[in-house]
Design a protein around this ligand. Structure first.
Ligand code: PNW
Length: 485
């Protein structure tokens, strides 16, 4: 067996990610107003056990401690999101007190030698804008570009990497079609309007940021999946895979990289009015060149076309008392079926080879021709962590998950894919959307009673990998001591 560690390229970036509503708390402080998630969390049955982000990890009051923790874990970059509802609470008027929180955070990061990586939108739309139609209203795209300008005005001198949107698929299809995320609407037509206006908002924000700051690194983060036909010999299953690829991946990738919606997707959703929202110049704005593509990968899926009378059960959603519908607006008979792979606490299959295939495919079809690199901006797993008396979690399952996926990233790099960095999801346990606090994705354990943070075994392992810029020679070696801290 080889004992040479698997080295990553020089300057490969190691980091971790979070999102504002999932960690900050302080929901009613410093001039912050409701976002769609505050309002959605109050809907009976919307979030497991009626959990909400009012307190979360109290990061708003503990950012100095949290940055110290990042430093201890040898993180080189920290991807966080700014809360639109904190910074521009009514969607129009900037709130200096809210913006000042991020200015302090950025200073703390820079003092710790950690690169701040700012995401403008990780799902917390000001409720004031939702009251005017949210992402179904074209105006929201313009408000988003204005919000980007406000944030750049305040932070552009120190933040050099900007992501516009996190996972527009979730915003549009989980928020407006499945109803499992805020704002909880279940209208396929609204989801397609939202998808287009999210893309437009991205494009307008890129143009605005580029005009203000030609040197900044700009990007978007997509959650992409790897849909395989359950039975490759079945034409129906191959069609199911094509539809999921279209409505999950290509509906965003094609406009961004080619300035057009895919013809087959337009046909699939013909009855839902996507094309009605596309105005002259929109696709040019959406295809405004950007500098990095962020990919969030959790799992692929084997898909099949169910019999017409089969019940449709969306995969991997919290056991809610509120009915949810399918996010697949023009594939409602398509089902993801378990392949017998191990699953995480979310019920998601662990499929690292899917990440290698995904990275190769994205470079071949999209980022390669555009000449831009990719970053893994999220990857991670929820497991049922059991802390010992001291609060320590020996999370070998999560450690193995990271190890296996990083090996897949390394394989993709060896295949020739230009992957520049990896940001683990997540720095710490946090509010897992419809699941509330029941799912833990953290490298760091959070005791929500005391707000005590305790790095898990996976965190120590990850810190050592980051310090070495290399994986251990053989998979999932026992983690060594915390290096470099
Ligand atoms: C991502 N799905 O969300 C988000 O960016 C994070 O905020 C979140 O905590 C993390 O993944 C883990 O869930 C997703 O149902 C939520 O396909 C749901 C889905 C995908 C991504």
């Amino acid at each position: 067996m080889s004992t040479t560690p698997l080295s990553f390229p020089d300057h490969f970036v190691w980091g971790a990610a979070t999102a504002a509503y999932q960690i900050e708390g302080a929901a009613h402080e410093g001039g912050r107003e409701d976002s769609i998630w505050d309002v959605f969390a109050r809907v009976p049955g919307a979030v497991a056990d009626a959990h909400n982000g009012d307190v979360a990890c109290d990061h708003y009051h503990r950012s100095a401690e949290d940055v110290a923790l990042m430093q201890e874990l040898n993180l080189q970059a920290y991807r966080f999101s700014t809360s639109w509802a904190r910074c521009v609470p009514d969607g129009v008027t900037p709130n200096p007190e809210g913006i000042a929180f991020y200015s302090r955070l950025v200073d703390q990061l820079l003092e710790a030698g950690i690169q701040p990586w700012l995401t403008l939108y990780h799902w917390d739309l000001p409720q004031a804008l939702e009251d005017r139609g949210g992402w179904t209203n074209r105006e929201t795209a313009h408000r988003f570009a204005e919000y980007a300008a406000v944030m750049h005005e305040a932070l552009g001198d120190r933040v050099r990497i900007w992501t516009t949107l996190n996972e527009p698929w979730c915003s549009a299809f989980l928020g407006y079609a499945a109803g499992v995320h805020a704002p909880g609407r279940q209208e396929p037509r609204a989801a397609l309007a939202a998808a287009h206006h999210l893309l437009l908002g991205h494009g307008l924000a890129v143009q605005e940021l580029r005009r203000r700051d030609p040197e900044a690194t700009l990007g978007i983060t997509l959650n992409l999946t790897v849909p395989d036909p359950l039975d490759p010999a079945s034409a129906a299953d191959r069609d199911a895979a094509r539809r999921i690829d279209g409505q999950f991946n290509r509906i965003f990738l094609d406009p961004l990289f080619r300035g057009e919606y895919p013809a087959d997707v337009l046909e699939d959703v013909h009855h839902l009015g996507l094309a009605d929202h596309v105005q002259e110049g929109d696709l040019t704005a959406i295809a405004a060149p950007f500098d990095v593509l962020g990919i969030n990968y959790y799992h692929g899926e084997a898909v099949t076309t169910a019999a017409p009378d089969a019940p449709s059960a969306p995969e991997g959603h919290a056991p809610l008392s509120r009915p949810v519908s399918s996010p697949y607006v023009a594939a409602d008979r398509v089902q993801s079926v378990p392949r017998g792979l191990p699953v995480t606490g979310m019920g998601w299959e662990v499929q690292p080879e899917g990440l290698r295939r995904l990275l190769n495919r994205v470079q071949e079809e999209y980022t390669g021709p555009a000449g831009i690199p990719v970053f893994i901006t999220e990857n991670g797993a929820a497991y049922d962590d059991a802390p010992d008396a001291s609060g320590f979690v020996d999370d070998q399952d999560r450690l193995h998950f990271f190890d296996a996926h990083l090996r897949a990233v390394k394989d993709a790099i060896d295949d020739g894919v230009d992957v520049r960095g990896y940001l683990a999801w997540s720095l710490m346990d946090n509010f897992e959307w419809a699941w509330g606090y029941h799912q833990r994705f953290g490298l760091v354990r959070v005791d929500y009673g005391t707000q005590r943070r305790t790095p898990k075994a996976s965190a120590r392992w990850y810190a050592a990998v980051a310090a070495a810029n290399a994986l251990p020679a053989s998979p999932s070696q026992e983690p060594g001591p915390l290096e470099g801290a």
